[in-house]
Design a protein around this ligand. Structure first.
Ligand SMILES: [Zn+2]
Length: 356
């Protein structure tokens, strides 16, 4: 029987959680609000004594500059000194936001580094502000620094050669895609409502130059739920992951595809999040000695966030992740159409997707 390092040892699942993440203070009525972390904390509570706490520390400028331009770092710092201020219609900066955004990125780096080194099997970084919309040169979509992208670069600096980032937030992670679209060693895959904010993430965006084939977009029409999300993971994300052979899997874990979420129109349930998280956990166990980290992105319904985080931790801590039954994709369904379009877009680079 084949065993992995993780199965031979006790699971060590890390958690990044810090009350200071609440100090990034929203303008009244903004959905990306401190209260989100109360819901996250409630979801963590029953698992807390099984988790390894990771103390958050501010990311060093050099770590942030692995993704962002110096001018962007300075702009966020300057904005905080003039705060409260809006950088665009969606994205705010409060007086503590520069420090807290550094603390979010630093927490993600340390979690991912510990997973990369094998000190932890996996983990969750319950940080805010979120990150996946942040571009090299600008903040957008509630995001100041791109936490998952910065952490992925830190893992690469640790000697991890191939990193897979799966982004199941309901929005496309434009910033993450753009940061790595020319990098053949970072595979960015995303499920997202389409069309929706920010407008990127069509089937045809497959990467650029040497990175062609290591960007995979699964745009989904409004109204999709567990069938489409879990089916897309089973039939597209997992075969693409097996072809890529990652050494580390990161998940941009937003929970705004939840059926309660006020910012999107998807219908994912807690069972759907459990099935997705368990599938990623099983993939990490099979492909990369269990190395897996979830990084919080969006999720604006408090119950949805609670259920999503609970599902993620259940899958992370299970001795054997609970594998959902195979989702069928009969002709004429949305799932079948999406699979066929992704397979066609990747026909030359990932032939394994043909006929899944
Ligand atoms: Zn989102």
């Amino acid at each position: 029987m084949q065993t992995t390092r993780v199965r031979e040892e006790r699971l060590q699942v890390g958690i990044v959680e810090d009350p200071r993440y609440r100090e990034h203070r929203e303008p009244e009525g903004h959905p990306e609000r401190s209260e989100r972390l109360t819901a996250v904390s409630e979801a963590i509570d029953p698992f807390r004594n099984q988790l390894v706490p990771i103390q958050a520390r501010p990311a060093e400028p050099a770590e942030i500059l692995a993704i962002h331009d110096e001018s962007h770092l300075r702009e966020i710092e300057a904005a905080a000194s003039q705060a409260p201020i809006q950088l665009d219609a969606d994205t705010y900066v409060s007086p503590a936001s520069f420090d807290i955004a550094r603390l979010a990125a630093g927490g993600c780096i340390d979690l991912v580094r510990a997973v990369a080194r094998g000190e932890l099997s996996s983990g969750l970084a319950a940080v805010r502000p979120p990150g996946h919309h942040a571009e090299a040169d600008r903040a957008m979509g509630f995001c100041l620094f791109n936490n998952v992208a910065i952490a992925a670069r830190a893992a690469q600096a640790e000697g991890i050669e191939r990193v897979l980032v799966f982004d199941w937030d309901v929005h496309h992670g434009n910033g993450t895609q753009h940061s790595f679209e020319s990098d053949p060693n970072l595979f960015y895959l995303s499920t997202h409502q389409f069309p929706c904010y920010p407008g990127t993430g069509s089937f045809g965006e497959v990467g650029i130059g040497r990175g062609e084939g290591t960007t995979l977009n699964i745009p989904l029409p409004p109204g999709c739920g567990d069938t489409e999300y879990v089916g897309a993971v089973q039939r597209l994300v997992l075969p693409a992951a097996r072809a890529f052979r990652p050494e580390l899997i990161l998940v941009s874990a937003g929970f705004d595809a939840h059926r309660d979420d006020p910012l999107a129109e998807m219908n994912v349930s807690s069972a759907g999040y459990l099935a997705m998280a368990a599938a990623l956990r099983a993939a990490a166990d099979d492909l990369c000695e269990g190395r897996l980290a979830f990084i919080l992105e969006g999720g604006y319904a408090l119950r949805g966030l609670r259920e999503g985080v609970e599902a993620t931790l259940t899958a992370s801590l299970a001795e054997v992740p609970p594998i959902a039954r195979a989702v069928e994709a009969p002709k004429g369904t949305v799932l079948r159409q999406v699979i066929d379009q992704v397979a066609a877009a990747h026909d030359s680079t990932i032939p394994d997707l043909r006929g899944v």
